[in-house]
Design a protein around this ligand. Structure first.
Ligand SMILES: [Zn+2]
Length: 286
């Protein structure tokens, strides 16, 4: 097994900074680990900040907390309520042991790009950043939960692995690689708005990026074909294209990625935010 993580280790220290007779209750659902994603819910929220950064809240008081691969072991969560009171929580993020993955047989031109490729690499970075930063949809489509984009696949690369291409260390992997035959249909993981489709990029090849609202995006890379266009509204399970090996890929696979307001997390954790078994209530007596 790879990427062993101790899930369900909710360790939270709450410090109330207002005096009030009632107890308030915060519910956290998901995996509080490096690369994790947690859904929080509380009543009468005014604002939520994670390490000082403001987090969007839905009308029913839900919000998301994402933790990147190298997230610090303690995170500060501050909830402020409509009555002017507030609470501070210290969340303990379980460490994850990341594996080293050696990938050989990669086209050398994609491992040590020529100077003449810089423009193309820059075009890819700019296009992806634009797609994940512009918030087209405020609708929290993510609340419905997520499904896997492929029905049958083999994991050929885990999120977070340190990768060595043809013997040369490269950036850690920021998605899940799902190997499947070329032409296998790819499904939208949840409802959303298509922010990018195609591109024929240097690393990602043809890709689709879907906006699920409030800064949550899923990404699908190395596609053979795409069958949606920018601005399209997609429903969960809609076919958005097919598996391929475009860009930096040694064989046909889907690179599935996820990002929340700039934080790249393990997309597998999207599947768990609506699982009751992974919820825990955190109470404090203010
Ligand atoms: Zn990948």
């Amino acid at each position: 097994m790879t990427n062993k993580a101790i899930y369900l280790t909710f360790s939270v220290a709450a410090i109330s900074f207002a005096t009030l007779a009632n107890a308030t209750e915060l519910e956290l659902c998901g995996n509080m680990v490096q690369g994790g994603l947690v859904k929080g819910q509380a009543k009468n929220l005014q604002s939520v900040t994670q390490n000082g950064k403001n987090i969007p809240i839905t009308n029913d008081g839900s919000f998301l907390l994402a933790f990147d691969r190298d997230a610090k072991s303690t995170q500060e969560l501050v909830l402020k309520y409509q009555d002017g009171t507030g609470e501070k929580y210290h969340l303990n993020i379980a460490p994850t042991k990341w594996d080293i993955q050696r990938v050989n047989g990669v086209a050398q031109s994609k491992v040590t790009p020529a100077k003449s490729d810089n423009k193309e690499i820059e075009r890819e970075g700019t296009s992806v950043n634009k797609a994940i930063s512009q918030d087209l949809s405020k609708t929290p489509y993510w609340e419905q939960g997520f499904i896997e984009p492929l029905e049958k696949y083999r994991v050929s690369g885990e999120f977070g692995n340190q990768r060595i291409f043809n013997g040369i260390p490269k950036s850690p992997h920021r998605g899940t690689d799902m190997a499947a035959a070329s032409g296998t249909p790819i499904k939208a993981s949840a409802d959303g708005i298509v922010k990018l489709s195609g591109g024929n990029f240097f690393y990602s090849g043809n890709m689709v990026i879907i906006d699920h609202g409030q800064g949550l995006h899923t990404m699908y890379a190395h596609m053979d074909t795409t069958s949606v266009k920018e601005g399209d509204k997609v429903k969960q399970g809609d076919i958005i294209g097919t598996v391929g090996k475009t860009g930096r890929a040694t064989g046909p696979h889907l690179h599935w990625g996820a990002t929340y307001n700039g934080t790249r997390f393990n997309p597998k954790n999207l599947l768990d935010i609506n699982k009751n078994g992974l919820c825990k209530k955190v109470s404090t007596n203010k």
